[in-house]
Design a protein around this ligand. Structure first.
Ligand SMILES: NC(=O)c1ccc[n+]([C@@H]2O[C@H](COP(=O)([O-])OP(=O)(O)OC[C@H]3O[C@@H](n4cnc5c(N)ncnc54)[C@H](OP(=O)(O)O)[C@@H]3O)[C@@H](O)[C@H]2O)c1
Length: 301
């Protein structure tokens, strides 16, 4: 099977690029090989490669910058997935795509979000990502949209990396404690994606795209449990520099205004993923320990 991967240098994309070859020939692309803001280049590359599986891990992920860079966010997060879906449909391919917990407005007060809850993003990033999800849904292509949140990696540009860097530079850190979500290690997303492909390949009778046709849709895919950014920072510091921890102060979102409004609550229920694919990601604290110890053992059950 020929597989086209986008976003090969990103957090999720780089993890996928390490493990996807078990399924076939992987053509991994970054901005240089296929600019997701260039519709004609996307069509040309997909038509040349003729993949049976497209995994779109590329996205415009700068949440605050997107507020003033709407056209580019729209091109990469909305138009590019739409074109990939059209091409997937034309080529009888399966499209796997990633969505965000910032699709929800955060007003849920009594339980984690379900896929059936109406999305209502607060930010340009969330809005453009949701438009991408909807365009894929309307395309008629076989698709899986894995909606995740608070993605981190040890080396990439993420909250974890920022806290590790600031811990070396500052004696005191101020982190918000009134936004609740679930930190999710990029490697667990890549592994869960591969497990879903494996499950489909076992069951399929015909092409991968046909195996997914009747179950196409959005699936929440995050680690288990919930926390806030302050407690997440506390856990990172306790695990990485217990003897030299900077002072960690809890502040409110009001005290740390940002261009984009983020949901105060974006915990996602993963029961649909469990039900259809039998996949469960680990508890967020366990995954964080594994990430910081840089283990290479699989952590997906
Ligand atoms: N990060 C999070 O907290 C988070 C939360 C929820 C959902 N998600 C979703 O999860 C998926 C993976 O996110 P991630 O954290 O792995 O993102 P990431 O680390 O920011 O990687 C995104 C990749 O997309 C590439 N990209 C951006 N614009 C491009 C363009 N015009 N042409 C080609 N490539 C382009 C980037 O390339 P460069 O390296 O060249 O910039 C980068 O490698 C995305 O769909 C994202 O929306 C992420």
């Amino acid at each position: 099977m020929r597989i086209l991967l986008t976003g090969k240098n990103g957090q999720v994309g780089s993890e996928l690029n390490k493990i996807l070859s078990q399924f076939g020939e992987v053509i991994a692309t970054g901005r240089k090989e296929m600019n997701l803001a260039d519709p004609s280049q996307i069509r040309r590359v997909v038509q040349q490669i003729k993949p049976k599986l497209i995994i779109n891990a590329g996205a415009y992920t700068s949440v605050d910058k997107a507020e003033s860079d709407q056209e580019l966010a729209k091109a990469v997060n909305w138009i590019a997935p739409k074109i990939l879906a059209d091409e997937a449909k034309n080529n009888d391919a399966l499209l796997i795509h990633y969505s965000t917990d910032y699709s929800y407005n955060g007003e849920m007060s009594h339980r984690p979000y379900l896929e059936s809850d109406p999305p209502s993003p607060n930010s340009v990033y969330g809005q453009t990502k949701l438009q991408g999800d909807q365009a894929i849904g309307e395309s008629g292509a076989s698709h899986l949209i894995f909606r995740t949140g608070w993605v981190y990696s040890k080396t990439g540009n993420s909250f974890l990396g920022t806290i590790l860097k600031l811990a070396k530079e500052k004696n005191e850190l101020r982190v918000v404690n009134d936004q609740t979500g679930t930190p999710t290690w990029c490697r667990s997303i890549a592994e869960a994606t591969c497990k879903s492909i494996k499950n489909l390949l076992k069951k399929r009778d015909g092409s991968l795209s046909k195996a997914v046709a009747s179950i196409s849709g959005v699936y929440h895919m995050t680690c288990q449990g919930e926390t806030n950014w302050h407690r997440f920072a506390q856990a990172i510091l306790e695990l990485s520099c217990p003897d030299q921890m900077p002072k960690l102060l809890a502040i409110s979102t009001k005290e740390y205004p940002t261009p984009a409004i983020r949901p105060t609550y974006s915990v996602l229920s993963n029961t649909k993923l469990q039900k259809y694919f039998g996949i469960e990601l680990p508890d967020w604290e366990y995954a964080l320990k594994q990430c910081l110890s840089d283990t290479h053992d699989s952590i997906i059950t």
